[in-house]
Design a protein around this ligand. Structure first.
Ligand SMILES: [Zn+2]
Length: 122
C-alpha cells in the first residue's frame, strides 16, 4: 500500500504516509496517511458532512476576504480620484498624509490553525 501511494499521504499527497488509517466502525483499512491528515480526520470525527462544511467555510471566508480587498481597492481609487490636487498614485506621496493604513498584509493565521488542527491523534 505504501508503494502504491508513492510513500505519500493519500489525502495531502505531500507528507510521508506514516499512519494506517481505518474505518473506526468497521475496522477496515482505508489508506496510509500522514500525521496531520490522520489527526485532522479525527478532529472532524471522521464525519464527511462536517468536513464538507469546513471546506465550504474556508472557501466562503476566502471569497469574503477577496471581495473586501476589491472593495477596499475600489474605494482607494475613488478616494484618489476625488482629490484632484493630490499627486497620482505611485508618485511621491507622503506616508502620513492619509493617516494610519488599515490595509491587510495578506497574511493569515490559517497555516498555524491548520498545524494546530493536526496535533490531536485519531
Ligand atoms: Zn497528509
Amino acid at each position: 500500500m505504501l508503494e502504491a501511494q508513492g510513500g505519500l499521504c493519500a489525502i495531502c499527497r505531500a507528507a510521508p504516509a506514516v499512519h494506517v488509517d481505518h474505518d473506526h466502525s468497521s475496522g477496515i483499512v482505508r489508506a496510509l496517511l500522514c500525521f496531520n491528515c490522520n489527526g485532522g480526520l479525527g478532529q472532524f470525527r471522521d464525519d464527511p458532512v462536517v468536513l464538507q462544511r469546513a471546506v465550504f467555510y474556508l472557501q466562503h471566508h476566502a471569497q469574503e476576504q477577496a471581495i473586501a480587498r476589491l472593495v477596499e481597492a475600489s474605494a482607494a481609487e475613488a478616494d484618489a480620484a476625488s482629490r484632484p490636487g493630490e499627486p497620482p498614485v505611485g508618485s511621491q506621496r507622503r506616508p502620513a498624509a492619509r493617516g494610519t493604513s488599515t490595509r491587510s498584509t495578506g497574511r493569515t493565521s490559517g497555516a498555524r490553525r491548520r498545524e494546530q488542527a493536526g496535533e490531536g491523534d485519531a
